[in-house]
Write a protein that binds this ligand. Structure first.
Ligand SMILES: [Zn+2]
Length: 339
């Protein structure tokens, strides 16, 4: 082979901790590059936050690879981010603020390579900003993101730029707790866990604490409602055709996210009510969940155009709580029989 070869190896999952022994004396640092993958990291908090136990652990490992003076690995660092990790299934998550702080941080600790799993290649909606901002920040890690956003929103949305900026900011609040939603809550709903909210980052009602405090489900729903109000207003505006198309794409993808969180909420309320033997309320909440499941199942486009395991056949399957309505219907039937 007559060209430079680079071999990116993974610092990930069970091999995420930095080496505890010296590397071979002839380890080729030009070829071998460590890629640090903080899978299911928290996006409520910045990567270097001290008030997030999830990211704190990841930061400790990364510093062990990249900064610690006595570290064994002394080579290059690539960061593998997860803006669309498989479980997120192309949700319309906004990362604008987290990227604004995280990318300069990664650069400051010496990382010089960066990518993320799994880029969406079409039907991007608001995720176009993730791709654009990433490219611009990698080119210039000290970039003024405020200026970038001003230019982006004005150029993309013209007369609707101010409302759309608000929409994105609320969208970030709505879905920043996505790791908890998709990797914890969805699983608890699917298996009918006794405690649906075992972790402080995500509770049902609004809570506040010093550490590991994230938007709770009722706050997530409030942000979704605010996003709907804003984009509902923008859709009604007289806008140039190219801008109307962009807003329509954003609105379509937002609807996927909105229905997903509303589906989780209806399932939670059904579990709460059936466990308190409140039959009428449980039936009503289940009917809501079933209607949302029907709408999600009919959405076969929002979960496409990415790597195979970040996509899904439809938005219901992507929710990872497909079996919950059936489980709840059985719980309700059992309660009816008992009464
Ligand atoms: Zn966190």
């Amino acid at each position: 082979i007559n060209r430079p070869v680079r071999l990116l190896f993974l610092a990930y999952a069970d091999v995420i901790e930095p080496p505890t022994h010296p590397l071979p004396a002839d380890f080729d640092y030009q070829i071998g590059i460590a890629t640090y993958f903080p899978i299911v990291r928290c996006y409520v908090h910045r990567f270097d936050a001290s008030d997030c136990s999830v990211n704190e652990r990841y930061k400790g490992h990364l510093l062990g690879w990249a900064v610690e003076p006595k570290r064994h690995y002394k080579g290059q660092i690539c960061i593998g981010e997860y803006y669309n990790v498989s479980g997120y299934k192309c949700l319309p998550i906004c990362f604008m603020s987290t990227m604004a702080t995280d990318i300069p941080y990664y650069y400051s600790i010496g990382a010089r390579h960066f990518h993320y799993m799994h880029c969406t290649t079409d039907n991007m909606g608001n995720k176009a900003l993730t791709n654009y901002q990433m490219a611009r920040q990698l080119w210039e890690p000290g970039l003024d993101c405020e200026a970038l956003w001003k230019d982006y929103f004005t150029g993309r949305y013209g007369p609707a730029h101010a409302q759309m900026r608000q929409f994105y900011e609320n969208l970030e609040k709505m879905l920043c707790n996505v790791s908890e939603l998709k990797y914890d809550l969805a699983r608890q709903l699917e298996r009918g866990a006794a405690d649906l909210f075992p972790k402080p980052h995500l509770q049902y009602e609004k809570t506040a604490q010093q550490k590991d405090d994230g938007p709770d489900l009722v706050e997530i729903l409030q942000s979704a409602k605010r996003c709907r109000e804003i984009i509902g207003g923008v859709v009604k505006q007289e806008l140039p055709e190219r801008i109307r198309h962009r807003v329509a794409e954003d609105e379509r993808l937002f609807t996927y996210g909105e229905r997903t969180v509303q589906f989780y909420d209806a399932l939670c309320r059904t579990y709460f009510d059936v466990r308190k033997s409140k039959l009428t309320e449980a039936r009503e909440a289940l009917a809501e969940a079933q209607e949302l499941a029907r709408l999600l199942e009919a959405d076969t486009t929002s979960t496409t155009f990415s790597a195979t395991h970040a996509t899904d056949v439809n938005a219901l399957s992507a929710s990872r709580a497909t079996g919950a309505p059936k489980r709840l219907a059985e719980m309700i039937r059992a309660l009816e029989t008992k009464k």
